[in-house]
Design a protein around this ligand. Sequence first.
Ligand code: KG4
Ligand code: ZN
Length: 350
Amino acid sequence: MSNPPVPRRVLLAIESSCDETAAAVIDEDLTVRSSIVASQADLHRRFGGVVPEIASRAHLERILPVIDEALTKGDCRLEELAAIAVVTQPGLVGSLLVGLTAAKTLALVLGKPLIAVDHIEAHLYACRMACGPDVFPAVGLVVSGGHTNLYDCSCASGFEMLGATIDDAAGEAFDKVAAILGLGYPGGPAIQEAAENGSPSAFRFPRTFLKDTERLAFSFSGLKTAVLYEVAGVPPRDYDPAALAPQYVADLAASFQEAVVDVLVGKSVQALRRRGRKALCVGGGVAANARLRERLQQEAKAGGFDLAIPPLVLCTDNAAMGAIAWEHLAHGRIADLDLDVSAGLVRGRK
Ligand code: KG4
Ligand code: ZN
């Protein structure tokens, strides 16, 4: 007589760190049973960026329907869950609290383990989900709306920060330059689209720190200001972004994008050399950028390193990457019910 099949272990992951309310159901073998993302982009568009108060109110309205949908699509009942995972940092405090309160309530009522997830580490873990269990050790690059960080990743949850931006994040620069050019919000996809018709060499914009091989740091604020000065003069005068000529905008978008990509690729290669790593993992919303993906692939081929970069749905914010909670669960990293959120980055859990 054969034994009955062992039921698969599943976890629920919740993400509400910024302007996406998301929940996912993931098996222990990292199969994503469901991944629901309710974007708030429409609510924030007219403000040109995320408004924290609007974000937390929208999370409140959406969190339960999103969790319900994830469980239904994932064909999973609450009692079947092995754990509840939730992003607790970094992010907007009011937004994070909505996800954390939902997660704590479920964990308490169901008597399930509560697991704290770091959003940035989850972005890197998405590479393991997409490209297989052997992606680490590697250098990790996280490029999102709030962060541009390099890591040395010794294993699936051992991330040591090597360097970060000293001012704007890469995604933030995309969003701000899109606003300067009148391209709307979110800026990354809008710049990418405009850049398709432009010349990347039309304008020579700064590549800050690129030649400084001693320093694994980024700075995008000067680049953003260089685009503003080109468009509005020095000191900047009032102008109507809608009146800018389409070819001028396309050339500026392509030249700006190329400068960002040059720096991201160049600094990643410097980090690989410095740490003697042979693989690069890239995550975060800006990793969805087609030109960055193309250039990284070229560089990986030429430079002889492996590139792990998730499909677009695992680059931009989602809850499925909360699957990193399986690593924490395996190592007994279970949170207490007095778990709190944190706006900032906690450096390098080892
Ligand atoms: O990781 P993410 O979804 O949210 C944060 O954790 O911040 O990243 C959002 C950022 C935004 O700045 C957005 O403009 C940028 O990712 N982004 C892109 C693209 N898609 C999203 N940037 C460049 N090209 C894209 N295709
Ligand atoms: Zn993110």
